[in-house]
Design a protein around this ligand. Structure first.
Ligand code: MTE
Ligand code: MO
Length: 525
């Protein structure tokens, strides 16, 4: 049986697709040895992240939450697959041109890799490997493809079945088809295996276990017990490091070799210096309970967590360096090329901003910035919580613009007073009677003085506050509601330690953080 034009086309598209897949998989594996971030898929993904306009990025975070990275990578994969299938179709008439296009596709990935802020020349190697393998697989599969190359007697695009009466390699087409399918299946399995191996190697856990930390010079008093056991469904008073929210632009979690890691302190300072990890942790360390949240968090959103941090005060480091007059920001950099601006006051006043090396009593997990990160109480993470920290530069906002500043986000980044309802669940149905409404409220730097709950248009009712973990720590709260049948709106609002009620005015996360009251609908019947 001769392949029809349609199945012929499909065959070519499959050749192109598998060439790209195997190329990307091999590139991914090679990248695990060179630099995981130079993997063709990840390099293109990171480039897309950085080039995405802020509103689109906000929309993606809002719509997909922490799955935004998976959605992004799938989109890159789909676009690549479509391009690869098109290249396969080109190979039907012009195999040489198709080869050139495969190289061009790989070259784009190589360019993306080499233009990453932290790239080294070796970062082109994975793309090079992808190109070589891609061409090899394309040509190999085309050789197995029944009816390839098509007879060239006809000059127009339409083909009669007769064009395929003679197989290029003389193999009868049924056998040819089987051979092709075996080859295609082999390429698919190979690509999957190689890609998975690359993923495994790149994700191999590293180091955090290998550091041991001296005890803090200034230990924090034991935190009181939270309401966790008392109010069902309330957020835990202390977030387990493994449950701590994660927000960053890194598609591969940076693996930092703590033995060669250094923290540099320079810029407009009298005495620039650098510290190894051992030197850093030999400095007096403090321990503080601090709530961290993301500016991209919607009202009622999940990007907030609280833990006990341990580290060296930034102001001690800056004092040692001697910051010159006129400096208004500390520009921090990370191993993954992130840049973050923090207002100088926030790092030098008495709020205890630190270069943290531990959270929850353990060395920082890789995903939260191992071996060291910035933590600045009272500021959203994007202006004060640089992970995988390598450098602090004293400078001015006029001179240096950090990643988010270039994308028009606010530069002060002070946390807004907010309260969130954790229980009951919005849109759920409950039986009439006592329903305990509970959640957390936060106003880092100012503390929480009061939380009030409103049902429908009723009066504001004072909630009971949980234990006090300090002004930089969130506060749990609850209020027992005598619920009657019906559909009810439950709204919460917090008053900070200065006596200011949070604003009811709705604001989007961009550019300086969301505001407005968190409200849910509950059905009682
Ligand atoms: N290197 C690096 N540090 C970063 C970021 C990043 O993208 N890269 N994101 C920041 C943002 S926006 C937030 S909210 C916090 C989140 O820290 P977490 O992931 O440990 O919760 O990290 C900050 N530090
Ligand atoms: Mo953030």
């Amino acid at each position: 049986m001769q392949p029809t034009t349609k199945t012929q086309r499909l065959g070519y598209a499959v050749c192109g697709l598998l060439a790209a897949l195997t190329g990307m998989a091999v590139g991914h594996l090679v990248a695990a040895f060179v630099d995981p971030a130079s993997s063709p898929v990840l390099a293109v993904g990171s480039t897309v992240i950085d080039a995405t306009p802020t509103p689109v990025k906000e929309w993606a975070v809002r719509s997909f939450g922490t799955a935004d990275k998976a959605v992004l990578l799938s989109s890159v994969a789909v676009v690549t697959a479509l391009a690869a299938m098109a290249i396969g179709l080109v190979a039907r008439r012009r195999q040489g041109l198709a080869g050139v296009l495969v190289v061009a596709l790989a070259a784009l990935a190589g360019l993306a890799a080499i233009l990453r802020p932290t790239a080294s020349p070796a970062d082109v190697i994975p793309a090079f490997a992808a190109a070589v393998v891609g061409i090899g697989v394309l040509n190999g599969l085309l050789r197995l493809l029944p009816g390839h190359p098509p007879a060239t007697t006809s000059t127009h695009d339409h083909e009669s079945p007769l064009d395929h009466s003679a197989q290029a390699d003389g193999v009868p087409s049924t056998t040819g088809r089987r051979t092709f399918l075996v080859g295609a299946a082999g390429a698919t399995v190979g690509a999957a295996a190689v890609g998975a191996l690359g993923q495994r190697l790149a994700a191999a856990p590293t180091l955090p276990a290998s550091v041991s930390l001296p005890a803090p010079a200034s230990a924090a008093p034991a935190l009181p017990t939270g309401l966790d056991g008392k109010v069902k469904g309330i957020t835990k008073f202390v977030t387990d490091p493994k449950d701590f929210y994660r927000v960053d632009t890194a598609l591969v979690i940076p693996r930092v070799d703590v033995a060669s890691w250094k923290l540099e302190i320079g810029g407009e300072v009298e005495r620039p210096f650098s510290l190894t990890f051992d030197e850093l942790v030999k400095m007096p360390m403090v321990e503080r309970d601090i709530t961290l949240n993301c500016v991209s968090n919607e009202v009622g959103g999940p990007y907030i967590s609280s833990t006990r941090w341990q580290g060296v005060l930034v102001r001690d480091l800056l004092k040692r360096a001697g910051v010159k007059q006129g400096v208004d920001q500390i520009f921090s950099e990370s191993t993954d090329g992130m840049t973050i601006s923090t207002p100088i006051e926030a790092l030098t006043d008495d709020r205890d901003a630190m270069v943290a090396v531990a959270m929850g009593g353990q060395p920082l997990p890789a995903r939260h910035g191992f071996p060291a990160r910035l933590v600045t109480p009272g500021l959203y993470g994007f202006v004060g919580a640089t992970k995988w920290l390598t450098k602090l530069t004293a400078t001015t906002y006029a001179k240096d613009k950090a990643y988010w500043t270039q994308r028009d986000w606010a530069t002060d980044g002070r946390v807004k007073t907010q309260a969130r309802i954790d229980t009951p669940r919005g849109l759920a149905t409950y039986a009439p009677g006592t329903i305990v409404v509970g959640g957390v409220a936060w106003a880092q730097g100012r503390g929480i003085e009061e939380v009030e709950v409103q049902v429908d248009k009723g009066p504001w009712q004072k909630a009971t506050l949980g234990p006090d973990g300090g002004t930089d720590y969130w506060r749990q709260w609850y209020w027992a509601w005598d619920a009657k049948s019906g559909r009810h709106d439950i709204t919460v609002r917090a008053t900070d330690g200065t006596g200011t009620v949070q604003t009811a005015e709705r604001a989007d996360p961009f550019p300086g953080g969301a505001s407005g009251y968190h409200s849910i609908v509950v059905i009682v019947s």
